[in-house]
Design a protein around this ligand. Structure first.
Ligand code: JRK
Ligand code: K
Ligand code: MN
Length: 500
């Protein structure tokens, strides 16, 4: 069978990055103990090519190579989002807005269930029982403060509700604990935690599979807060207009993408826990006192592709050069928040979480002409938005919403911060929410002055009062807006002659 397109096949995705000249094939030996992660972290921060490490110290029997920064910004400043939009089959010059539109394009369409195939590349090699020794795999140490080697940072965690036909795909980190066990964060209100709670009630350990090197578009849906009960693989089918091909696990009844690089499968204990973390998290901090007791993953089988399987990794940290916890989590939460607000009849054009705010803030771009028709005011409008977003899971990671006009590009932080700084009056234009669920990973919540799990959220009105009812009463003073077209054309035409 011919190789599927990059958005449906991880190896084709890697080849596409190489043909984009956006991949560095590194054949020198690199140490999984911190060195691989440090190279990857710097690659994010310099927006370099994605590093593919072919020669990992300690690799054996085809396990494994490592790809870093699969969701980082591309190395070509002309196409900054090319690596991202390649995940979803869009052309290299697609924008973040196109990416969000694409991820929402299956809303309201019936899901297309995956098809089950007999076998696939992920079944070419199989390890069971005594052949499994996670401590012998070159699982990377990602940050000097990490509490373990995080083998799972870019795989899809697959779990099924014990009684309903709901199979959830999400991304949740997990580190090596010992020979056949991992321990991983399973955090409320994430769907993996909701399903885990159902298995606890059923009294049985929760079957799991982690598919690493899965189809890139499936990684996107896994990172997206789709509504409860939605089976991500069916949403991906609807996005692609064709079913995903899945193959059955060896040791349980879950199904995984047939072309995955590496599949780890087994059961998550509903009784045994172990210390998890510290971990360098999405806000750029690794708190040394992070003492989490999290569920144990018992590994019953590992299956993987021949030809030296590739382990994709994410090395979360400061978004000075964003990593997957910003480019995926932020953008995909933005998509669901836009969907939520539009479904509730609000005149919202787009939503985006600026990397400069570590995706803790989200700018909500409002169509001002449509806003006038609502005959509303800042207080009423902002409170309504806050009540919607801060009481839904898709808004859980956002602590500040900035309500901006359609003269502001939500994807351009300079625009966003200009309107926040100049139009949001301190003490009167911010509407606080102290009775909503907080995102406990945000440092001023986990290690802040107040309660950890509630509050600390705000809606900032960045529209002047008259913008709620009429045309803006100012001319914006920049080249774009401050001059008539014929002056701008003349200046552009003569620019090089001026030698500026
Ligand atoms: C918060 C998370 C992480 C962290 O910051 O440490 C950690 C880091 C890694 C693994 C790199 C990472 C990457 C690279 C990406 C892209 C997303 C996440 C994570 N990890 C965490 C995690 O360990 N626990 C968690 O609850 N959610 C995480 N998400 C976000 C979820 O995937 C997202 O919210 C989905 O929407 C959830 O799916 P549904 O429940 O809606 O179906
Ligand atoms: K998901
Ligand atoms: Mn889900």
């Amino acid at each position: 069978t011919s190789t599927p397109p990059p958005h449906l096949d991880f190896r084709a995705f890697v080849d596409a990055l190489r043909s984009d000249d956006d991949l560095a094939d590194i054949n020198a030996e690199v140490d999984p103990n911190l060195e691989v992660a440090a190279v990857t972290r710097r690659a994010y921060e310099l927006q370099s090519k994605a590093p593919l490490f072919h020669n990992i110290k300690g690799a054996h029997d085809g396990l494994f190579r490592i790809l870093g920064a699969s969701g980082g910004l591309s190395s070509d400043p002309q196409f900054p989002y090319r690596r991202l939009v390649r995940h979803v089959g869009l052309s290299p010059n697609a924008s973040l807005g196109d990416f969000i539109d694409k991820m929402l394009s299956a809303k309201g369409k019936p899901g297309i269930p995956p098809v089950h195939v007999e076998t696939g590349p992920c079944k070419e090699n199989k390890l069971f029982g005594n052949d499994i020794d996670l401590t012998k795999l070159p699982a990377p140490l990602l940050n000097k403060a990490d509490g373990g080697n995080y083998i799972q940072t870019m795989g899809i965690n697959i779990v099924q509700h014990p009684t309903k036909a709901w199979v959830n795909w999400s991304i949740a980190r997990a580190m090596v604990l010992d020979k056949t066990r991992m321990v991983g964060l399973i955090m409320k209100p994430q769907h993996i935690a909701r399903i885990y709670a159902q298995w606890m009630e059923s009294g049985k350990d929760m079957p799991f599979a982690i598919a690493l090197g899965a189809p890139p578009i499936a990684v996107m849906a896994s990172s997206m807060p789709l509504p409860e009960g939605v089976t991500e693989s069916e949403y991906v089918g609807a996005l692609c207009g064709e079913p995903l091909e899945l193959v059955k696990c060896e040791t349980n009844d879950l199904y995984v993408p047939a072309r995955s690089e590496i599949v780890i499968e087994g059961t998550v204990s509903i009784t045994e826990r172990a210390k998890e973390g510290p971990f360098g998290e999405m806000h750029g901090y690794s708190f040394l006192d992070e003492e989490l007791m999290e569920p144990i993953y018992n590994v019953a089988a590992i299956t993987y592709r021949s030809g030296n399987a590739i382990l994709p990794i994410s090395v979360p940290g400061r978004a000075t050069g964003p990593d997957e916890t910003h480019t995926l989590i932020g953008t995909l939460a933005s998509a669901e928040i836009r969907q939520l607000l539009q479904e509730n009849g609000l005149p919202v054009l787009n939503v985006f979480t600026p990397y400069e705010t570590q995706v803790i803030w989200a700018a909500v771009q409002v169509d001002r002409k449509k806003l006038w028709e609502l005959e509303t005011n800042a207080e009423e409008f902002c409170r309504k938005i806050g009540q919607l977003v801060f009481r839904r899971k898709c808004g859980m990671q956002i602590h500040r919403l900035l309500i901006v006009g359609d003269d502001i590009d939500p994807f351009n932080f300079k625009d966003v911060i200009w309107s926040y700084a100049s139009r949001c009056r301190p003490g009167m234009d911010e509407y606080h929410f102290e009775d909503v669920a907080a995102y406990p990973l945000v440092p001023y919540m986990s290690h802040g002055p107040g309660a950890k799990l509630t509050g600390g959220k705000v809606v900032a009105n960045c529209l002047l009062p008259h913008e709620y009812k009429q045309e803006q009463m100012w001319v914006t003073c920049d080249f774009e807006n401050g001059y008539p077209e014929e002056i701008k054309e003349r200046v552009l035409r003569r620019w090089s002659d001026f030698g500026l």
